[in-house]
Design a protein around this ligand. Structure first.
Ligand SMILES: NC(=O)C1=CN([C@@H]2O[C@H](COP(=O)(O)OP(=O)(O)OC[C@H]3O[C@@H](n4cnc5c(N)ncnc54)[C@H](O)[C@@H]3O)[C@@H](O)[C@H]2O)C=CC1
Ligand SMILES: O=C(O)C(=O)Cc1ccc(O)cc1
Length: 367
């Protein structure tokens, strides 16, 4: 009999995982339940799931794999609800939440009932939400952290990896505490900082309208993650409170140091401050995917005349290369403009560059 997978919360991550599972396990029957019925119907219509359910209780009892892909507070609730239901004894329950300590603590109720719960966190995503943004390749080459409880067998962990093989992710097993500290440093704190600098700019834009114009472009790019789902991040902050409090203290100390540095005006110390960070950042892996996704940009010189943008996009569409963003960033002299094209993967950027060069466009990786 075909296996059944139930996804609770068929949004960006739940939908992308459903697509990856279907690719590797085409015979599987994937059902979905979402509080937002419209979103669930959309997932069904887009063939992300086979069936959108009005409730999940009955289906949970028939499922071989249950994936909790809602915000982390809701994950905790769903764990409690599942613990009250009859489940298949060999079923695996997992989640995709951005935090792990509280979820693993809560999952004890499932283990007490003999069910297998393995915490999971695919370290890739975007600031977009909903099934409409789901992508099969979203997790390719990304880290996918698993936090099995001490008594979970290796066999069950392997079985989960095999279910998730189509994600193309690299699995890493971690303790929940290490997970929450590491993701606090590279993802949760940066989200708070990005949001705080957007708020600072907003305050200034209220006083001087020019701030808003100048915040377009580079500032907007470096604060992309501040456009993520507020509900999701509200829950993450609540769940990772203790790691975040100590990281925020460290950040305040760092800002105090920066303030002293600026006040001192010491040229050598200020230079060293930038140089030290540059050295560390320049040595970070370029091709690897980390916690926050990079966007792979390609710059193209284009003649400033009607139809040129549609020609560039048509040339790429013909080769089935998908763009994540397109922007005219500068008008050079009178006749040239520069288009900045963004891609999800380095491979897409390379293919795009090759194809545009063949069509006589001048391209650059940096500007
Ligand atoms: N957005 C990202 O880049 C990443 C998010 N995550 C985690 O994945 C989880 C889902 O996030 P996204 O897919 O980005 O959000 P999303 O907003 O795209 O999808 C979440 C879905 O859960 C549904 N939902 C909310 N409460 C529910 C409930 N009680 N029962 C059933 N469905 C419910 C929502 O209606 C929504 O469709 C979160 O726990 C988040 O921490 C993990 C990695 C990356
Ligand atoms: O690139 C981005 O927008 C992200 O920040 C992706 C992301 C968001 C939440 C996670 O728990 C993991 C990755």
């Amino acid at each position: 009999m075909d296996k059944r997978v139930l996804i609770i919360g068929v949004g960006l991550i739940g939908g992308s995982i459903a697509l990856a599972i279907k690719k590797e396990h085409p015979g599987v029957y994937i059902t979905g339940y979402d509080l937002n019925e419209q979103n669930c119907r959309l997932a069904e219509k887009m063939n992300i799931i086979d069936e959108c359910l009005p409730s999940f209780e009955k289906e949970a009892a028939a499922s071989d794999l249950i994936i909790l892909a809602c915000p982390v507070e809701e994950v905790e609730q769903k764990i409690c609800q599942l613990a009250e239901l009859p489940l298949k004894p060999e079923a695996i329950i997992t989640d995709v939440g951005s935090t792990k300590v509280k979820i693993m603590e809560k999952s004890a109720v499932l283990r007490e009932k003999g069910a297998v719960f393995i915490g999971g966190h695919p370290m890739a995503g975007s600031h977009k939400s909903g099934a409409g943004s789901a992508r099969r390749h979203l997790f390719e080459n990304a880290f996918y952290i698993l936090t099995p409880a001490g008594n979970t067998t290796e066999e069950k962990v392997c079985e989960l990896k095999s279910w998730l093989k189509g994600t193309g992710a690299n699995f890493v097993v971690m303790e929940p505490e290490e997970h929450d500290m590491v993701t606090g440093v590279v993802s949760h704190l940066p989200h708070l900082i990005a949001t705080s600098i957007v708020r600072q700019v907003k305050k200034h834009a209220g006083v001087n309208e020019r701030v808003r114009w100048l915040a377009a472009g580079g500032f907007r790019d470096i604060t992309r993650i501040a456009s993520s789902s507020p509900a999701m991040w509200r829950d993450v902050v609540k769940h990772n409170q203790s790691s975040l409090l100590s990281l925020i203290d460290e950040w305040i100390d760092e800002m105090e140091y920066v303030k002293d540095l600026v006040q001192s005006g010491d040229q050598d110390d200020i230079y060293s401050y930038f140089a030290d960070a540059k050295k560390f950042r320049d040595a970070l892996p370029v091709r690897a995917r980390g916690a926050i996704d990079a966007f792979y940009d390609l710059y193209v010189d284009v003649l400033d005349k009607p139809g040129v943008i549609s020609h560039v996009t048509a040339v790429l569409a013909e080769k089935r290369i998908s763009l994540t963003n397109i922007r005219i960033i500068e008008a050079r002299e009178d006749v040239f403009g520069v288009l900045r094209l963004s891609f999800q993967t380095e491979e897409d950027r390379e293919k795009a560059q090759e194809c545009l060069i063949k069509n006589d466009y001048e391209t650059y990786l940096n500007m």
